[in-house]
Ligand binder design. Structure first.
Ligand code: 5RP
Length: 236
C-alpha cells in the first residue's frame, strides 16, 4: 500500500480499507468507481493475496474498476454469469441525512446504479467532505444522455429549472464520453427538495439514459474523518 500524507487521501484510504474488510469469503462483490473504491479494490487484492479472503468474484461498475481489479488480482465476472450480488462498495459525491446520494463524478453512474441496486448490501464509502444537508448543495447532478438527443434533452432539463452544462474532457479535447459511448451533462438545481421525484423526472426525458441521484438504496455509509490528526472511520 502506498503511504500518503494528504489528509483527504488518508481518509479515503482508511474508509476504503474498512469497507474491504466487510467482504466475506465466497462473496460476489460489486466494485465501485472512483478514488475511494480504488483503495477498496487494492485492499481486496491484498486480502486475497494473504489468503485471509478466498473465493470472491467482482462485478466492475466501470472500465476503471475493471482495470484496477485486474491490476490487484481480484477475479471478475459479469451480470450474465451470476444471479445475485452479495455486497457492493461504492463512493459518492454527496450524501444527505437520509442516505440519498449524488453519484457520477467519474461519469460511471449508469453502471454503478445497475450494480449497486442489485446488491443485497450496498455500502457507501466517503470522506466527511461529502456530507450535505440537502442534495445539490455542492455538486451538480450528472445526467448521461445519448449524443443524438443532447440538444432537446438539455432544453427539457432547462425547462425543469436545471442549468445543464456538457462535461468536458481533461487532457482530451471535446466532451467526456462514457463507457457506453454517451455524453454527460452536469445539471445545477437551485433546490432539490424531492430527490426521488427529480430522479424519475430526469429519467423520463427522451434520450436520457440515467442520472446520478440514488435514493432509498443505501444500507451503510462509512465516513472517513481526520480526528486529532489521525484518520478515523465512523458509520453514519
Ligand atoms: C463515479 C462516482 C464516484 O463513486 C464518486 O465520484 C466518488 O468518487 P471519489 O471516491 O473519487 O471521491 O460516482 O461515477
Amino acid at each position: 500500500m502506498t503511504a500518503t500524507a494528504d489528509p483527504v487521501q488518508l481518509m479515503k484510504q482508511e474508509v476504503g480499507k474498512a469497507a474491504a474488510n466487510l467482504v466475506k469469503s465466497g462473496s460476489i462483490v460489486g466494485l465501485g468507481t472512483g478514488s475511494t473504491t480504488a483503495f477498496t479494490i487494492q485492499f481486496l487484492g491484498d486480502r486475497l493475496k494473504s489468503g485471509e479472503l478466498t473465493d470472491i468474484v467482482g462485478i466492475p461498475t466501470s472500465f476503471q474498476s475493471e482495470v484496477l481489479a485486474k491490476q490487484y488480482g481480484v477475479p471478475l465476472t459479469t451480470l450474465d454469469a451470476i444471479d445475485h450480488i452479495d455486497i457492493a462498495i461504492d463512493g459518492a459525491d454527496e450524501v444527505d441525512p437520509n442516505k440519498n446520494l449524488i453519484k457520477g463524478g467519474g461519469a460511471a453512474h449508469t453502471r454503478e446504479k445497475v450494480v449497486d441496486y442489485l446488491a443485497n448490501q450496498f455500502i457507501v464509502v466517503v470522506d466527511s467532505g461529502k456530507l450535505v444537508k440537502r442534495l445539490g448543495e455542492t455538486f451538480a447532478v450528472p445526467v448521461e444522455i445519448i449524443p443524438m438527443a443532447i440538444t432537446p434533452a438539455m432544453q427539457a432539463i432547462t425547462k425543469l429549472g436545471g442549468k445543464p452544462e456538457i462535461r468536458m474532457g481533461v487532457k482530451k479535447a471535446g466532451p467526456v464520453i462514457t463507457d457506453q459511448g454517451n455524453m454527460v451533462v452536469d445539471v445545477r438545481f437551485d433546490n432539490i427538495s424531492d430527490p426521488e421525484n427529480l430522479e424519475k423526472t430526469l429519467n423520463n426525458i427522451p434520450g436520457v439514459l440515467e442520472n446520478g441521484i440514488f435514493v432509498n438504496c443505501v444500507d451503510k455509509v462509512l465516513i472517513g474523518e481526520v480526528k486529532d490528526h489521525k484518520p478515523v472511520v465512523r458509520e453514519m
